[in-house]
Each structure stands twice: as structure tokens, then as C-alpha cells.
Design a protein around this ligand. Structure first.
Ligand code: ATP
Length: 310
């Protein structure tokens, strides 16, 4: 079983308002509401791959209840910790060919809930083979909270895939408890290193050899339509993908994390892991729903991914 961690999930609302006007009332009957948050996207894609998955994290109020019901209705198991605060809404208004977003910061986690989740997580990890940890931290948690989760998973000898950015990522890299995999995109990698990193494979190879990444088994730098550059222990790979018609690229990184987690659980070799990670990312771009793939196209795309050891 794969356990996915989403500490600040959301109800993602989209309003299509072709001619949005300010300082007046706008009405729409084109409303989409879905369970969101990076880890929830990972969860859905693992489920789409027909693999057992359980979603955990903090959940609160009737919005949180709605997320749990939506996931359960679709046959996805949940094991969230209930909190006093209310799970957030994130709103995207689609207008004039543009997207304007309003993202609530979400509930503040109390000290009691903070400690309770560590116990809850330890129990859930016991039943998992692989754990994915995605996104940012809700208010009220220490910046090194992900370090604590990784320490718990490492102590139980479980594999972890971490997909986060900024201080949440740097805190983990500077600590002695390392995840099995990190999946930064080029922007996150540049942020982390405080310098602009190019997607040139030779540059990436030099950057990933940095001491900062020592102790992390896999680093998969996703490059959008240019595939990925990856390091596994001392081996480096440039992963090339075919040109495909993209419908909605949002959440492709989450779909990539799902592909990696399933590959780790199935003990796939380097080439297969990378091909699967790219395939799930690409499949996500071909769907309008964020964090969803149609596995009917899996084999075709998988066979068109090429990998060069660098
Ligand atoms: P997000 O934050 O939206 O989840 P990300 O920035 O973390 O995404 P990307 O590098 O954009 O992740 O994409 C992850 C993977 O998805 C890529 O490595 C690739 O396999 C696939 N992908 C993304 N964009 C495209 C594209 N335009 N064409 C083909 N494949 C794509």
C-alpha cells in the first residue's frame, strides 16, 4: 500500500466567467468542485494506476468531510486526522483566457493536533510500503515538520518520496533524515540553490553532484515538456519524452510522483521507474481534470520515452 500525505488539502473550486467584471456581481453556472492539494492529486493518480493507496493528513469541518466522501465514493481509502479548524477552499476563476486564483491559507494546526498527527502517522506508516509527502505545510507546524515525518518513515524502513519546495525542502536536505526520492522542477531547484539552474544536462549533472543532495537515493528533476534529468545514487540519466498534445499540464508533477511511488513499491529498475514517472506525468497533461490519468494510453507513451545514461 502507498500512503500519501496532504497536510493542507483543499476543496478546489473553479468558476468559468468569460467576461469577469470587477466591483460588481458576477454570476456563473459553470462551477467545478473537487478535492485538491498536491497529495490528493498523487492519491488519485495512484488509484488510476489500480494500486492500493490511502490518503492521510489533516482534515476539518464540513469541507474536509466533503473531501473524504468524494475520495471514498471513488473507492479511495482515507485515514486523515480530524482537526478543529476548517479545511480550506482554493478558487480559480477562468476568464478572458486567463486564470485568477484566490488561495486560502487554511486552518492553523494546534500543538495538540501537531503531536497527535505524529502518532497517527507512525501507525499509518506501519501498513505502508511507500509514503509520498507533497505540498506546503499548514500554519502552526514547525518548518522542519517534514523532517519528523521522514524520520518516522526511515525508522520503520519505509521509502519516501518528497515533493515540496523552499524552506520545507531545504530543511529536509540540511537534516540527517533523508527521503528516498525528491522531485524538484527546475524552478524549485533554482530556488533551493539560490541560483538560476539551466535545463542543460551537463549543468544539471554538475548541480546534482552537490554535497547538499548526498544521502538522497533518487533526485528526479522534472523538466515539463523536456522530460527529466535524474540521478540515482551515482548514475545520471537524461529522460526524453515524445511531443504530445497537452490539455492541462497542472498537476503533472504530482502524477510523476505517483508514477515514482508505484515504481518503488513494485521494485522497478531505473529505466522502468523513469519511463513510468514520465508516462504518468504526460498522461496527466492529456486530461482536463487535474490529477487524473487514463491508463489506456499508458503503454503507448511508456514505449516512446527514451533514456540516455549521462
Ligand atoms: P506541477 O507543479 O503542475 O505538478 P511540475 O512543475 O512539478 O508540475 P513538470 O516538470 O511540469 O512538473 O511536469 C512533470 C512531468 O509531466 C514531466 O516530466 C513530463 O513527463 C510531463 N509533462 C509536463 N508538461 C508536459 C508537456 N508540456 N508535454 C509533455 N509532457 C509534459
Amino acid at each position: 500500500m502507498i500512503l500519501t500525505v496532504t497536510l493542507n488539502p483543499s476543496v478546489d473550486i473553479s468558476y468559468t466567467i468569460p467576461d469577469l467584471r470587477l466591483d460588481t456581481t458576477n454570476r456563473t453556472d459553470q462551477v467545478g468542485k473537487t478535492a485538491g492539494g498536491k497529495g490528493i492529486n498523487v492519491t488519485r493518480v495512484i488509484h488510476d494506476l489500480n494500486k492500493a493507496v490511502t490518503a492521510t493528513g489533516f482534515i476539518g469541518g464540513h469541507l474536509g468531510g466533503g473531501i473524504v466522501s468524494e475520495l471514498n465514493k471513488n473507492g479511495i481509502k482515507t485515514d486523515f486526522l480530524s482537526i478543529e479548524g476548517e479545511t480550506r477552499n482554493c478558487i480559480a476563476i477562468l476568464h478572458d483566457g486567463q486564470q485568477t486564483e484566490v488561495l486560502e491559507s487554511g486552518p492553523t494546526i494546534t500543538d495538540y493536533e501537531n503531536a497527535a498527527f505524529l502518532t497517527h502517522f507512525k501507525q499509518a506508516v506501519g501498513y505502508a510500503d511507500v509514503i509520498t509527502i507533497s505540498g506546503s505545510l499548514p500554519k502552526g507546524l514547525e518548518e522542519d515538520y517534514y523532517v519528523k515525518l521522514i524520520q518516522i518513515a526511515n525508522n520503520l524502513d519505509k521509502k519516501t518520496v518528497l515533493d515540496t519546495s523552499k524552506s520545507n525542502l531545504s530543511n529536509v536536505l540540511e537534516n540527517s533524515f533523508k527521503p528516498t526520492v525528491i522531485k524538484p522542477n527546475i524552478e524549485e531547484l533554482s530556488d533551493l540553490l539560490g541560483q538560476t539552474v539551466s535545463s542543460n544536462p551537463a549543468d544539471l549533472k554538475a548541480v546534482l553532484a552537490d554535497e547538499l543532495f548526498s544521502g538522497i537515493e533518487w533526485i528526479v528533476v522534472s523538466l515539463g515538456g523536456d522530460g527529466a534529468f535524474a540521478k540515482h545514487n551515482n548514475r545520471f540519466y537524461k529522460v526524453n519524452i515524445p511531443t504530445i498534445s497537452v490539455v492541462n499540464p497542472v498537476g503533472s508533477g504530482d502524477a510523476t510522483v505517483a508514477g515514482i511511488a508505484v515504481a518503488l513499491e513494485d521494485n522497478l529498475d531505473d529505466i522502468q521507474l523513469l519511463k513510468q514517472a514520465m508516462t504518468t506525468g504526460m498522461l496527466n497533461t492529456m486530461e482536463s481534470i487535474t490529477g487524473h490519468i487514463d491508463i489506456n494510453h499508458f503503454d503507448d507513451l511508456f514505449n516512446r520515452v527514451t533514456i540516455i545514461e549521462y
